[in-house]
Design a protein around this ligand. Sequence first.
Ligand code: HOC
Length: 384
Amino acid sequence: ALSEMLNLYDFEAVASQVLTAEAWAYYSSGAEDEITLRENHNAFHRIWLRPRVMRNVLNVDSSTKILGHHSSFPLYITATALGKLGHPEGEVVLTRASYKQKIIQMIPTLASCSLDEMISARGEGQIQFFQLYVNSDKNITKKIVQAAEEKGCKALFITVDAPQLGRREKDMRVKFVDAPPDVQGEHEIRRDRGAALAISKFIDPSLNWDDLKWFMSITSMPIVLKGIQTSEDAILAAKYGCKGIVLSNHGGRQLDFARSAIEILPEVVDSLKKEGLLDSIEIYVDGGIRRGTDIFKAIALGAKAVGIGRPMLYAMSSYGQEGVEHALQLLKDELEMVMRLMGVNTLADIRPEMVDIKNLKDHNFVPKDYLFSNVYDKPIPRRS
Ligand code: HOC
């Protein structure tokens, strides 16, 4: 029952049972040996907390603004493809749950619902961002971007970490038979081997920094680059006028052995600060967020907000909209509890010195004695 879902891992276990083999393979897979997939989650376990006490934490407020838009806590639902593999209504379920929980949803280019459906599902005053896969045909890209802007999306998140599809072997082993209707109404999907392959055919591998000028000429939405993984590229993004960056390795689905976003965050913040660019750009991180402590750690190290993907798909697949709302509430409650236990009232009170990152770069360091150790390492039973 939904009331038995005490944390995000519980949703994952249920989803592994109720999803078809194809859907589970597509959602859960990471690239190659899935080292980065596991590392995204594990990296948070190498950061320790330094709580302050006796600070009157009667009132705690975890609300924030992302690119100037209100969010009830510092988390947004990031773009994930093919929502109808998990739920017959697809991504509109995430739209409705985001509205209920007053957080921002990022609409995916590769959604199985149409853009219009996700816009129509929007509640009063609800904010949506748009995630873009750049199409090899510039006219199609322009049409998609301008449609998103006309329909009220408030920011353009361009995915920059996928010039080619990562090798997701779990996904490749299943024959993809479920049929998502189409991709933004533009393309007939070929279903041969694995869901990811079927949807990746038209992405433009020639995308480069000079293209940003063109994007800025076709839209007035703020541009955010999703998939930045080094301080060098973070600096370039700020210099090119981007309003945000998402430190992300695409949920460990693209380049195996890419570092986790949380590990990269301190060096990105330092370099942007040294260049005097830190105030010009917001930094978000995604990958491996499962707990309120994870969110707290990211905020302490300089992130404005975190993105969450797979756990929302798992919550949606197992318990629909109510499940997603419940999963979001669990995270918000956990974050607010952590804030209290850490002695802070608002996100602005969360300071870098509240986290101890001396183990962060030590990849041999793995705490052994916590309850949900390495959930990904355990074979999760699932429906055959
Ligand atoms: C090269 C195209 O984000 C996923 C989705 C879709 C990826 C398309 C990549 O499966 O990670």
